[in-house]
Design a protein around this ligand. Sequence first.
Ligand code: FES
Length: 72
Amino acid sequence: MAAKITVNPNGPFKVEGEFEVFDAQGKQFHLGGKSVVFLCRCGQSSKMPFCDGTHKSCGFVSPSDAGDVMQA
Ligand code: FES
C-alpha cells in the first residue's frame, strides 16, 4: 500500500503503508519494522519527529478537515 497520511485533529500526522523517514541530512530513521508512525505537528514532542502524546497537554489546536486547505 502506498503511504497514507492522515492529519489528526489537534494531533499528529498518522503515516501508514510503505514509507521511509529521513532527516534533513538524508540519514534514515530506523522504525523497527513499524508500518504505522505518528509524526509530531505540535512541535513539543521530546521524541521529534515522532509524537510522544504531549499535544494532549500543551494546548495544541489545529484543524484537520481537508476542506480547510487553501485553493491553489
Ligand atoms: S503532535 Fe503529538 S506530541 Fe506533537
